[in-house]
Design a protein around this ligand. Sequence first.
Ligand code: GBH
Length: 438
Amino acid sequence: MATNPLPQFPPGFLWGVSTSAHQIEGAAAERDPSVWDAFTAEPGHIKDGSTADVACDHYHRYPEDVALLADLGVDAYRFSISWPRVNSPGGLDFYDRLVDALLAAGIRPVPTLFHWDLPLKLEEAGGWLNRDTAERFAEYAGVVAARLGDRVKKWITLNEPAEHTLLGHALGAHAPGRQLLFDSLPVAHHQLLAHGLAVRSLRAAGVTDIGIANSHGPTWAASERPEDVEAADFYDLLLNRLFADPLLLGQYPDGIGELMPGDVEADLKVIAEPIDWYGINYYQPTKVGAPEGAEIEFSGLTLPAELPFSVRELEGYPVTDFGWPVVPEALTELLVGFRERYGDRLPPVVITENGCSYEGIDDQERIAFLDGHVRALHRALEQGVDVRGYFVWSLLDNFEWAEGYARRFGLVHVDYDTLKRTPKASYTWLRDALRARG
Ligand code: GBH
């Protein structure tokens, strides 16, 4: 038997992989449209001009994908449920079949209820700027839980409301393509409210294991100059505290509550509904300094000059194909920092996404990336952070939003002409590590 290349994690630690509906399912003609269909249809939004109409065709090929999961030997599979598909005739049947196939293969299904694909008709009614969308989300959550709750135990409400606010509503790089800058704050509030209301409807349906998946990463000031430290602190607030504080402490960071719509005090009681675990998607730390008074091109984004900070290139680390720096030790720093900030208010943590884009099937860089991050995670456990699971983004190469198919995050390669799946070296590495657990 192979020796386990990874450190020993506590019994019951959940190993998994993640995907999302819009990025893999395809079968767009077999559901209602979402904001992403509309955004993609407008020229210039997707770098390679592609669409997610077919994507990995997971909707039709899910048995093959479940077989890949089974052979990989993961305990759990995180996928998302397409709200517009649930709104379409027979849409929930697909998730019913998927859940049954996963359970038959001994894999725990972990659905996310919203991974950015809002039904287009809700967008036309104001989308996340409209408080009513939060109520609609809670209703939808109840409908899905009523159908799947007998078999699905572990649920995620939202994926990365911070990125959906920033990229989708502040900067316009993602659907729905709004460029509201700080006027996008209500989008953050309404997603948080949607989360809290959905927790209530899931509880009413008998669900006892609920989390949320938020994107976080350490913010490093560009220098010790006060203006850089201040700018970095503000960026840190937006990425690391704007969502976590209301969820875990029942309050917004100082000065933010006043900017939010509605009866914020009452809403915060809903938002802070206790959850059973806290999901973190970690990719990289960010170096931030004082604003430089000009637009900056950064990681495919145009950051407007009027932002009160500027994001800087983090030098001295290897980078992925996407140009993102590879900094595993920042994952330890992030987790230890969370534990320090939130103390006993922090429920058990699950890493709900971590991964990287590289070309090629013999993806030794991805193995090094995952190995480094799993070890960094283990160090956080040794330092007393209660981490219960680790999910790799992603099972398959998929539709990487505004990047189209150019970025490949999969453990499994997808040929977009034939849709053939080919496990990469990293898939075999993870499979062997999971087998060696004994
Ligand atoms: C996640 O978002 C999404 O949940 C998932 O759908 C997506 O496919 C996956 O990650 C990969 O992108 O330029 O160095 O500052 C990730 C959010 C926001 C993380 C931008 C990296 C910028 C890196 N990402 N961030 S850098």
